[in-house]
Write a protein that binds this ligand. Structure first.
Ligand SMILES: Nc1ncnc2c1ncn2[C@@H]1O[C@H](CCC(=O)c2cccc(C(=O)O)c2)[C@@H](O)[C@H]1O
Ligand SMILES: [Zn+2]
Length: 353
């Protein structure tokens, strides 16, 4: 991928190591993973869309002035997805892009409310993601699981609809493992979503809200206290609160860190000001993720290269980050052990004289 927003500047050897390293991706959005190739195919199906299809024009279109602008552009891509077949194509092609990067396991954040409110039949939607999930596992060997997230700014109606889709036996897809909360944080307090998270948790789902991406550490505390977060999406502003850093470390609440995303949405000013190093120093379990990779001109491999530079990591350090993601995932113990062993074998072979 060219036109990187963040220059990873890792040595060439480290890039090759990362490219082959078996990985898990825990924070990546379904619609936000639509590559120029996928966008072009969807736009060809729906020519009235305002989303450009030319990859050069897309780079400009995917340059954001702030977080609100990012969400506007994001929703214009959501508008491209109109039928269950669009959903199936998107999901299957996203899995292909993950498999190419040696991603063995991914938890994909999906916002079903955005699709059902635009008229896609809910059962057709669920059948499409499940069909793509099974095809991707059989054909690429990449295991996909779902996180359904509430688009918080769309209000409590969206929370009600999302928890219904996530818990009703007739609708809930087999691959669903977790429940999230995304979108802008300013003016969208986390505590109001407690009843919906309570219902999702009671139905066996894990709690993984975004918090502290565009607001301060109090939002992360709210996510922990009211939404019983097991991992935090971003959590960037936690760095401003030493007590919170200590709490996250002590309770082993992993952060889903997405460095390039934070620059692209202007949540963090420059990559060298990213607090990832403080998180590691505080003893927090850090995982590396890509969020909305084509929109931010990145992919998971590039995020590992960025992390290598910021944290001054060698191959063993990178393998450790990859294992953090496996450990922090909602995969079963046998699945975790299998990918961790694969990471060890790969790293040992790479470093062998
Ligand atoms: N970095 C991110 N940080 C946070 N979220 C991110 C990030 N990247 C992607 N998202 C996604 O954006 C969605 C937001 C959608 C939204 O706000 C909205 C508001 C009003 C109406 C509608 C609608 O559909 O009609 C949608 C979230 O649910 C989340 O899945
Ligand atoms: Zn996100």
């Amino acid at each position: 991928m060219t036109d990187r927003l963040v220059d990873a500047r890792a040595p060439r050897d480290l890039h090759s190591f990362i490219a082959g390293l078996p990985k898990a991706e825990l924070h990546v959005h379904h619609v936000g993973s639509a590559s120029p190739r996928i966008v072009a195919e969807l736009a060809a199906r729906h020519p009235d869309s305002k989303v450009p299809t030319d990859p050069e024009a897309l780079v400009d279109y995917f340059t954001f002035t702030d977080f609100a602008h990012f969400i506007d552009v994001y929703l214009s891509v959501v508008d491209l997805i109109r039928t269950p077949e669009d959903v199936r194509l998107l999901t299957y092609e996203v899995a292909r892009d993950l498999a190419r990067q040696q991603v063995r396991y991914a938890e994909l954040t999906i916002t079903p409310f955005s699709s059902t409110r635009r008229g896609i039949d809910e059962l057709g939607f669920m059948a499409a993601i499940e069909d793509a999930r099974k095809a991707a596992e059989a054909e690429f060997g990449t295991v996909l699981r779902w996180c359904f997230d509430i688009p918080g700014e769309a209000g409590l109606e969206s929370a009600e609809e999302t928890v219904r889709l996530a818990t009703e036996d007739r609708v809930r897809p087999e691959g669903l493992v977790s429940f999230g909360l995304g979108g802008p944080e300013i003016g969208v307090p986390r505590p109001q979503f407690k009843p919906y998270f309570d219902r999702a948790i009671a139905a066996g789902l894990h709690s993984v809200p975004h918090a502290g991406e565009t607001t301060g550490p109090e939002t992360v505390w709210d996510a922990l206290t009211h939404l019983r977060a097991e991992r935090i999406g971003h959590g960037t502003s936690s760095a401003q609160d030493p007590k919170l850093l200590a709490h996250l470390a002590e309770h082993r609440i992993p952060l889903e860190v997405c460095p390039t995303s934070n620059i692209a949405t202007r949540a963090v000013r420059t990559i060298d000001e990213h607090p990832i190093k403080e998180f590691v120093r505080a003893g927090i379990v850090v995982t590396i993720n890509s969020d909305d990779p084509p929109m931010f001109g990145t992919d998971l491999n590039n995020e590992y290269a960025v992390a290598a530079r910021l944290l001054d990591l060698d191959e063993r350090g990178l393998a450790g980050l990859a294992k953090n993601a496996v450990d922090a995932s909602f995969l079963d113990d046998a699945g975790k052990a299998r990918i961790s062993a694969e990471i060890d074998t790969y790293t040992a072979a790479w470093l062998a004289p």
